[in-house]
Design a binder for this molecule. Structure first.
Ligand SMILES: Cc1cc2nc3c(=O)[nH]c(=O)nc-3n(C[C@H](O)[C@H](O)[C@H](O)COP(=O)(O)OP(=O)(O)OC[C@H]3O[C@@H](n4cnc5c(N)ncnc54)[C@H](O)[C@@H]3O)c2cc1C
Length: 334
């Protein structure tokens, strides 16, 4: 039987209390969220924190809903809650695509969004998802709050910008990207024209060895369409050695391009060329590179079809969100 080393345990009653406990116990204290990653690592003695600060009672971190033009996801929202949240899925189908294929119901029922991101496994599905959505991470310490772009959140395998003594509190996704009319210097094509005229679609595609397993390769895409042109796009990649879990060069190629199968194939090729996959027990590097290409194309294609079927995002804003819900409803669904 694997048994963790001796550890002190504290149960926080508020974010401020948790931050105080982390400060008091120092750098060898660790936050305990769902424990699905941390506890197995402690059993294997790959992690040996001296103190666990349990944040499971912090309802402050469990909010989920639209506020001030952003979908806000508390760090303690469980995978299953995000998967069950209709408004999140209607706004960004990529979230439900990804959550549906993360682990199994037991892990999804208790594992948290914040824990997944802070674990920073290079094969983690939500890191690619939030990179595609160009999300912002909110981090709190005793000195206050700071925000970091999802693409700057990870500093390496199992490493993030969250410092000892800090807590990831929330993930925010803007409903309407900031896009002004602009002209592509190479083609002279005009793109953009304000969020009111845009249609949004997103999707996530994953290949794993078996149901509930980590990805061999995965890609997510979010597109904003303006009259058949890609006004804005985000592409996230997981498990294929993509820098910042994203495909920035493929995005640059697509911005302002017509949303066509040919353009998507070219974007998939560019995404694959910029990956640095490594061979491991999940598959050889060349297969993973192939997946990066194919899954990018498929994610873009599905995101496009969803965008074409969607209402323009301005219309959605006028009616207060998908289904006509006022912004901010569902804010604390659990
Ligand atoms: C069998 C199995 C299959 C899995 N399959 C997949 C999969 O297919 N795809 C996938 O993406 N993931 C997969 N996972 C990972 C799973 O999603 C994570 O284990 C889990 O969600 C991590 O969240 P947690 O709340 O359990 O984090 P914990 O284990 O509690 O914490 C993980 C780390 O994050 C830190 N931490 C947690 N929350 C915060 C916070 N708010 N601020 C600062 N630091 C924090 C902890 O100190 C710890 O270092 C799988 C896990 C298991 C066990």
């Amino acid at each position: 039987m694997q048994v963790p080393a001796h550890v002190e345990y504290e149960r926080a009653t508020s974010v401020d209390h948790a931050l105080g406990l982390l400060a008091r116990y120092g750098p060898e204290a660790r936050v305990l969220a769902g424990g699905h990653s941390l506890i197995p690592m402690m059993k294997l003695r790959l992690a040996q924190p001296e103190t666990l600060v349990d944040i499971n009672d912090l309802s402050e971190l469990a909010g989920l809903g639209v506020t001030d033009g952003e979908l806000r996801i508390g760090a303690m929202v469980r995978h299953a809650q995000l998967l069950d949240h209709a408004e999140a899925g209607e706004l960004f189908a990529i979230l439900h695509d990804a959550e549906r294929v993360i682990a199994d119901p037991i892990v999804r029922n208790w594992g948290t969004i914040g824990g997944s991101l802070c674990q920073a496994d290079p094969s983690e599905d939500l890191s690619a998802t939030f990179a595609a959505l160009q999300a912002t991470m909110i981090i709190r310490g005793l000195d206050g709050e700071r925000s970091v772009a999802a693409r700057d959140f990870h500093t390496g395998p199992y490493e993030t910008v969250v410092r000892p003594g800090e807590i990831l509190t929330e993930i925010r996704i803007a409903l309407h990207p900031t896009i002004g009319p602009r002209t592509d210097p190479k083609t002279g094509r005009k793109t953009g024209g304000g969020p009111g005229s845009l249609r949004r679609g997103s999707a996530y595609q994953k290949v794993g060895r078996r149901v509930g397993d980590w990805p061999v390769g995965a890609a997510g895409a979010a597109v904003w369409l303006s009259d058949g042109t890609v006004a804005e796009v985000g592409i996230g990649l997981s498990a294929v050695g993509a820098r910042h879990f994203s495909a920035a060069e493929a995005e640059d190629f697509l911005r302002g391009a017509p949303a066509t199968a040919q353009a998507f194939e070219q974007a998939g090729q560019i995404a694959a060329e910029h990956c640095r996959p490594s061979s491991d027990q999940r598959g050889p590097a060349d297969y993973k590179r192939h997946l990066a290409r194919e899954l990018t194309i498929r994610a873009l294609d599905l995101a496009l079809r969803r965008a074409q079927a969607a209402e323009p995002s301005g219309a959605e804003r006028a009616s207060g969100g998908p289904g006509g819900r006022p912004p901010g409803s569902n804010r604390t669904a659990r």
